[in-house]
Design a protein around this ligand. Structure first.
Ligand SMILES: [Zn+2]
Length: 63
């Protein structure tokens, strides 16, 4: 039995890998920012495509 989360968890945005709009799981990650750029303390918004698993991280300058 798969635990399906509420629709509130789903975020639809464009996935470059799928070349279409897909559902993504979105999180704000400070760790991703450190990994990508150790000098940076800016959080990154990480979106993971539910279809192909591609991860897109965007720097968030202000929360
Ligand atoms: Zn995708």
């Amino acid at each position: 039995m798969s635990s399906r989360r509420s629709a509130l968890d789903a975020h639809v945005e464009y996935c470059p890998a799928c070349e279409r709009d897909t559902e993504h799981r979105v999180a704000i990650s400070l760790l991703a920012a450190r990994r990508a750029n150790p000098g940076s303390r800016e959080p990154h918004r990480v979106a993971v495509c539910r279809d192909c698993g591609a991860e897109t991280s965007t720097r968030v300058s202000q929360l």
